[in-house]
Design a protein around this ligand. Structure first.
Ligand SMILES: [Fe+2]
Ligand SMILES: [Fe+2]
Length: 205
């Protein structure tokens, strides 16, 4: 798999997080590094399925969320305060830290473009480490790293995947979170914009 130079992306990611002025950001960054966050893909075969894809995705979610915020507060200036830019940075850049130690590169026989089998590097999912979910795993890992998340940031990170595959109870909590803060629907929208549009793999139909 091609190694891209992601140092500029990483620098930007760290700068935005530090600018939030939040305590213990350096511990969070140290932990992200030790979990392999900066080299991880964003998915096994879909969007950002290459080293550094997760870092790129996280910044795309941040950019999409900030752009949507700008548009939204033009028509609803009263909610500007509820969409604090530091909270957007925390929620957008850290929503998927659960994926940092989640994919492993393995060699598998796959058909190439001319139909011949060859060894290819593919990502395999390893969900046996700390199996506590997706958004909730990100929240727990960040709290363990010492980040003092605000309630709306917890809601936004926990429910960033939106209303898919929810149990009846979860659906209730999901709706409550959306009522409690506009940060939750903003981060969900930005995650969808980033993964399904900005990072849309060319090969998908
Ligand atoms: Fe996610
Ligand atoms: Fe995501």
């Amino acid at each position: 798999m091609n190694e891209k130079d992601t140092s500029a992306l990483r620098e930007r990611f760290e700068k935005i997080l530090r600018e939030t002025g939040r305590e213990n950001i350096d511990y969070v960054l140290e932990d992200l590094d030790s979990w392999g966050f900066f080299d991880a893909p964003a998915s096994a075969q879909g969007h950002g399925a290459y080293p550094g894809g997760l870092l790129e995705h996280s910044l795309n979610v941040y950019d999409a969320a900030m752009a949507v915020r700008e548009d939204m507060i033009e028509s609803r200036p009263d909610i500007a305060d509820q969409l604090d830019t530091a909270s957007i940075a925390i929620a957008a850049l850290l929503h998927d830290v659960c994926k940092a130690d989640y994919y492993r590169l393995v060699k598998k026989k796959r058909r190439n473009e001319i139909g011949m089998y060859e060894d290819m590097d593919v990502y395999e999912i390893h969900d046996e480490k700390f199996p506590v979910g997706h958004g909730e795993k990100s929240v727990i890992l960040l709290l363990q790293s010492g980040l003092d998340l605000k309630d709306d940031e917890i809601y936004a990170i926990r429910w960033h995947m939106g209303p898919w595959n929810l149990s009846r109870d979860d659906e209730k909590f999901y709706r409550q979170a959306g009522k409690a803060t506009p940060l939750q629907p903003l981060i969900h929208a930005a995650d969808t914009i980033a993964s399904a549009i900005i990072e849309r793999p060319y090969k998908l139909i």
